[in-house]
Ligand binder design. Structure first.
Ligand SMILES: Nc1nc2c(ncn2[C@@H]2O[C@H](COP(=O)(O)OP(=O)(O)OP(=O)(O)O)[C@@H](O)[C@H]2O)c(=O)[nH]1
Ligand SMILES: [Mg+2]
Length: 399
């Protein structure tokens, strides 16, 4: 069989990578139907399945065959498509090898395998760059909350920006203010779409690993009464109130540990810079951690939340002893018993400007768009006449 050039026709897997009950493979382009006819046959008659997207959109049952060998039982359907002329879908069983073989067979017949997730692999149309970006982010969304947020932005951000462009034609100053506000609030959108890193740091034995396990809802790290238990840092993705988080447990910081412990501490220090938020875990029942505080004061910054752990035990010191630069608010928790955890989660969401429902409004979700919007909002008055056009070309990006 000679390969025909179907390179205007692409194929991609719509279902997430991995083994699942079904896998959906999308074919898009002028030769989608030809490829279905070529590979998918009636089980009894072995005749090719003919799809008629204009008159029949029902699922048809057949067998995907390569060189007369049945690769899988499949369901296929097709619909006309403005952008790609025709779109067909192959619903196969979700084994990795089955999907691999179907893609290889389609590619062998000249179809282009679209490996990029995003608009090309989406069932929804993208008529502007901002919609295409929402779809690209949607395909990588890590939590349900992020999915809901990005679907909302896919539908609502473009009309919102179009309205803003209209406003800019009448009242550039008002539009500029709204744009500046949008750019400032959109950091929350960035976190929802891309996730954030939260590192637990503190002196040894403060309960970092116990708190990590509590927040994670399962055992990630060893907990032990022995100071210096955690050596290599442990990082795992999770959803915290729907916010995609990478949670990082680190070794306790002290100077008197052995060589191995010091090496582990050194390896964990970059997390102080990388983390979007540091949870500084202190043991309220132990003597005030002067050494740790002196060693880390300079690195604290405002992206930290101070946690007074072991609130179930008698407190050995008052919160007022912490340096002013550490922020006055201390969240009291008992990682062991779970007290204060709800408040802690809400405080973390608050640090990312993501209390419940904060994303139910238009927000950008990429760094680039936030920067572009802020730059437009800051342009000097003589460029304001051009603001409506720039909103269309830079922020919406209409093809
Ligand atoms: N009573 C009480 N004990 C706790 C609490 N949190 C942790 N602990 C205990 O404190 C000890 C140390 O806990 P870890 O979570 O291992 O402490 P860590 O900060 O990870 O310690 P390193 O890994 O050595 O830095 C363990 O015996 C825990 O059971 C708490 O809220 N209350
Ligand atoms: Mg630990």
């Amino acid at each position: 069989m000679t390969a025909v050039d179907h390179s205007d026709t692409g194929c991609c897997v719509l279902t997430p990578p991995g083994t699942g009950a079904i896998a959906v493979i999308r074919l898009q382009g002028p030769d989608a139907l030809k490829l279905i006819r070529h590979f998918v046959h009636h089980r009894q008659t072995d005749l090719p399945i003919e799809l008629d997207p204009h008159n029949d959109r029902t699922l048809r049952y057949g067998q995907f065959c390569v060189d007369r060998e049945v690769v899988d039982d499949v369901l296929v359907c097709a619909r006309p498509d403005e952008e790609h002329c025709c779109v067909a879908e192959i619903n196969a069983h979700g084994g990795l090898r089955v999907v691999e073989r179907i893609l290889a067979a389609l590619q062998g017949q000249g179809a282009k395998v679209l490996t990029e997730s995003g608009p090309a692999c989406s069932a929804w149309p993208a008529r502007s760059v901002i919609e295409a970006e929402a779809l690209a982010c949607l395909s990588k969304a890590q939590t349900r909350r992020a999915v809901r947020f990005l679907i909302r932005q896919y539908h609502e951000l473009r009309p919102f920006l179009e309205e803003l462009a209209n406003l800019a034609a009448d009242d550039a100053e008002a539009a500029r203010r709204r744009l500046s506000d949008l750019a400032a609030k959109s950091k929350a959108g960035l976190i929802l779409a891309n996730g954030a890193t939260v590192a637990l740091v503190g002196p040894p034995n403060a309960g970092k690993s116990t708190l990590t396990n509590r927040l994670f809802g399962n055992t990630l790290s060893l907990e032990c009464d022995e100071p210096g238990t955690t050596r290599d840092w442990v990082a795992e993705p999770m959803s915290l109130l729907g916010i995609p988080i990478t949670l990082v447990d680190t070794p306790g910081i002290r100077v008197e540990g052995d060589l191995l412990e010091q090496a582990a501490i050194k390896r964990s220090l970059p997390w102080w810079g990388v983390a979007d938020l540091r949870l500084v875990v202190l043991d309220k029942s132990a003597p005030f951690p002067d050494d740790f505080i002196n060693a880390c004061s300079a690195s604290m910054g405002d992206q930290s939340l101070i946690i007074g752990n072991k609130a179930d035990l008698e407190s050995a010191w008052q919160d007022g002893r912490l340096p002013d630069t550490w922020g006055e608010y201390v969240v009291q928790v008992s990682a062991k018993e779970g007290a204060g955890l709800v408040e802690l989660e809400q405080r973390i969401a608050g640090k990312f400007s993501l209390p419940s429902g904060a994303e139910d409004c238009p927000l950008f979700f990429t760094e680039q768009k936030i920067m572009q919007a802020a730059a437009l909002a800051n342009e000097s008055e003589r460029d304001w006449n051009d603001l409506p056009r720039r909103i269309h070309s830079t922020l919406i990006g209409i093809d």
